[in-house]
Design a protein around this ligand. Structure first.
Ligand code: MOS
Length: 752
């Protein structure tokens, strides 16, 4: 089956199909759904970090006109008290937080009450009147202190890849002529999607609920709510047709969906709960990290030893782990390498996945050390990386399914003008500003996850494709539309894509950059089946213009099936369906094991599958004031076949912008006396704004990927990986000052 004419198929820069709905406001987010007689729930947050609630006085809150209930652990309805139902699809091992479960407080600003009223204003005012007495217990939120308790859990997280040592890294390090040893640090970061975590629960009666939730996985939330509250899964329908960004914060069900459902069950009414921006800083966050790196090279600038050790923060009650360490051992061809990883518990909410979890930390910090060693060895930092690039997965000894990183280095260097760089620090300037050019490498997984999709062709020739996938702004609607267009030769306006509904065919959470390839392939399989049924139906058309043609003998173009050998012999979809007396043609398919046995655990794969990038950064720094501007970024990406150059570019640009935040701005400060994140607002937690972002040039190099369906790798995360290192390295080149702690705020550039 092939299509000669591809109006919107793979490779077309189709504008996102949900774009108009978004800019006109027709797209509704979780808090924007109407529910008859809805109650507004406002969350009261704990004033202590650890301890217990000793007393609750809700009299003043209840006296506010319009207040219907003040729900706390003391009066809530029955829920499961076991851990298992709270362990959602992506929960790390441990004992998950159970909102309003009992009097225990285990992290700062933990929800302790939900005030429900007829109006939001009444609920918010009443929430300010709820009085709680606490018995505080000692806490530790200081990462530096928690390092003393760091450990490697005996039961690791599902996707954890243990670092595998080779050779004798200690001896090789000791013997080498060029070496770098350093402690590198990444601050805690919080996801800051535009849309706050929000839920509207519609009480349908008869024990049924419809839940609009901000989530990256409607079926994950469905199973969570059904398990905890004792609903039948079929009676809980979770919808997330539009999500205003998430970056990982919506992978696990957040506490507002639990509270809204708890209140709906208690009062048998519809309930809406929206976190405040401050409360967005009370749950998941990128773990704080420290990485101890020792690397060494021989006289020719070849790596001879990598010792890559890291510790990241988690909570006291769950063991969140990341793959921080393995990347450097996989990508670089040092004959000796070792890695060590531990987690350090502190009294916070559990840390979790944030865009490229593990790699955004571990690759970025390692790439700063690589730059240091390049200088120490007297080799150009780009040449140093090219010299040490490994053609096979150096940690596992497996071939890569594809790795066109060298092409990315070359294409990026050319676009950036790297050849014009003068090597010495402080050797380039522009007026009163120091100029610096830096480079770094990025690496991320190219994953695939089992996904189902359906396709339904109606008698009028309109095609609907559907899956319980999510589109968190990444372009899933558009990718589904394009794969359907590619397979059945239809124009985008003849296709509707549906997603974000737990009632649709099974899909995983949107994460790990696996959604485009996974749901794209599922849509293609379902559409292929529709195509086969269409061909069969075409046989019933008078005179059988297609003869005995098989599926490989025909192509689908503009709503017709035609012979590839003789395009004048064709049947329209509509005529075929009419002749066969079919009001519609439907099919459902599951993309699981591909033709080459894809899917399954990373450790079981025959080949190592990754995306790669080469990032080049230019900074200009005011010499007197230390103000840093990132004036140019070139990010050259090798990510297989690009389904949509426009939406893919958007993903890389978004990742680069987050990389600028990681390099210069984003840091959640902890007040260790109170045990609270202090800068829990947009005034004090800086995400890059337009003024912080200069030119961003995205290049996709040609890469043939034979293992993944259609040769597609994901691009949602690779854009952030390494970007902050390229900037940090440019800052060194501009100033001669090496900063090993991100973000590089101005104070770190000023003399003491
Ligand atoms: Mo991503 S951190 O897998 O949403």
């Amino acid at each position: 089956m092939a299509t000669a004419h591809k109006p919107a198929g793979i490779g077309t820069p189709l504008s996102r199909v949900d774009g108009i709905a978004k800019v006109t406001g027709e797209a509704r987010y979780a808090a924007e759904h109407f529910a008859e007689g809805v109650l507004y729930g406002v969350i009261v947050s704990s004033a202590i970090t650890t301890g217990r609630i000793a007393a609750i006085d809700d009299a003043a809150a209840r006296a506010v006109p319009g207040v219907v209930e003040v729900m706390t652990h003391a009066n809530r309805p029955e829920t499961s008290s076991r851990d298992a139902p709270y362990q959602d699809q992506v929960a790390p091992p441990g004992s998950p937080f159970k909102p309003l479960h009992d009097d225990r407080i285990i992290f700062a600003m933990q929800p302790v009450a939900l005030v429900l009223a007829d109006t939001f204003e009444a609920a918010r005012y009443a929430a300010s009147l709820v009085r709680l007495d606490y018995e505080a217990a000692p806490h530790n939120t200081d990462f530096a202190v928690s390092l003393g308790e760091a450990f490697l859990p005996s039961k690791p997280r599902d996707n954890y890849v243990p670092p595998k040592a080779r050779g004798d890294a200690e001896q090789a390090y000791a013997d080498a002529p060029h070496k770098v040893s350093g402690e590198y640090h990444l601050a805690t970061e919080h996801h800051n999607p535009m849309e706050m975590h929000a839920t509207t629960v519609i009480w349908e009666g008869d024990g049924k609920i419809t839940v609009y939730d901000k989530t990256q996985g409607p079926q994950n939330v469905q199973a969570y709510l059904a398990g905890i509250f004792g609903f039948k899964a079929a009676d809980v329908r979770v919808l997330n047709p539009y999500v205003g960004g998430a970056f990982g914060s919506g992978l696990r069900p957040q506490y507002q969906v639990h509270l809204a459902t708890l209140a709906a069950k208690m009062l048998e009414r519809s309930v809406k709960v929206v976190m405040t921006r401050q409360q967005m800083f009370t749950h998941v966050h990128r773990p704080e990290a420290v990485q101890n790196i020792r690397i060494a090279a021989d006289a020719d600038g070849k790596l001879v030893s990598i010792i890559n050790n890291a510790i990241t923060s988690t909570s006291r009650y769950e063991n969140n782990m990341e793959n921080v360490v393995p990347w450097a051992l996989i990508g670089y061809a040092s004959p000796n390498a070792s890695g060590d990883y531990k987690i350090a518990p502190r009294d916070t909410h559990t840390s979790g996945d944030m865009r490229a979890p593990g790699a955004a930390t571990g690759v970025t910090l390692f790439e700063i050390a690589m730059d240091e060693l390049a200088y120490e060895a007297g080799v150009d930092p780009l040449v140093f990386r090219e010299t040490n690039d490994s053609d096979i997965d150096a940690m596992n000894g497996k071939p890569f399914s594809s790795k066109e990183l060298r092409k990315a280095y070359r294409a990026g260097a050319e676009a950036f003008g790297w050849a014009d760089r003068s090597a010495a620090p402080r050797s380039m300037r522009d007026g009163s500003e120091l100029v610096g050019w830096g480079v770094a490498t990025g690496i991320w997984d190219a994953q695939f996850s089992k996904t189902s999709a359906s396709a339904k062709l109606s008698a009028n020739g309109h095609l609907e494709v559907a899956s319980a996938a999510s589109d968190i702004g990444t372009g899933t609607y558009t990718v589904m539309t394009q794969l359907a267009a590619e397979t059945l030769g239809l124009a985008p306006d003849q296709i509707s894509a549906r997603l974000g509904d737990s009632a649709l065919p099974t899909a995983p959470v949107e994460g790990g950059s696996w959604m485009a390839v996974s749901v794209g392939y599922a849509v293609q399989l379902a559409c292929r089946e529709v195509g086969e049924k269409l061909l069969k139906a075409a046989g019933k058309v008078d005179g059988a213009p297609l003869g005995k043609a098989g599926i490989d003998d025909v192509e689908f173009v503009g709503g017709t099936i035609r012979l590839r050998e003789d395009p004048s012999r064709s049947v329209t979809f509509v005529d075929a369906m009419r002749a066969a007396d079919l009001p519609s043609i439907e099919a459902q398919a599951t993309a699981n094991e591909g033709p080459l046995g894809i899917g399954g655990m990373v450790s079981q794969m025959r080949k190592s599958r990754h995306t790669h990038s080469a990032i080049f950064a230019e900074v200009k720094i005011d010499e007197e004031l230390g103000v840093i501007r990132v004036t140019r970024i070139v990010n050259a990406v090798a990510a297989g076949r690009i389904i949509n150059p426009k939406t893919a570019r958007s993903q890389i640009v978004g990742g680069v912008v987050m990389g600028i935040g990681m390099a210069l701005h984003e840091e959640t400060f902890m007040d260790n006396r109170l045990g609270r994140f202090m800068n829990h607002n947009y005034a004090e937690y800086h995400v890059p704004v337009n003024a912080d972002v200069g030119s961003i040039d995205v290049i996709f190099v040609d890469e043939h990927e034979p293992e993944l369906p259609l040769g597609i790798k994901g691009v949602g995360e690779i854009g952030i990986v390494g970007t902050a290192a390229a900037i940090a390295n440019a800052i060194f080149h501009a100033t001669g000052r090496r900063v090993r702690s991100l973000p590089i705020t101005i104070d770190k550039l000023l003399d003491e």
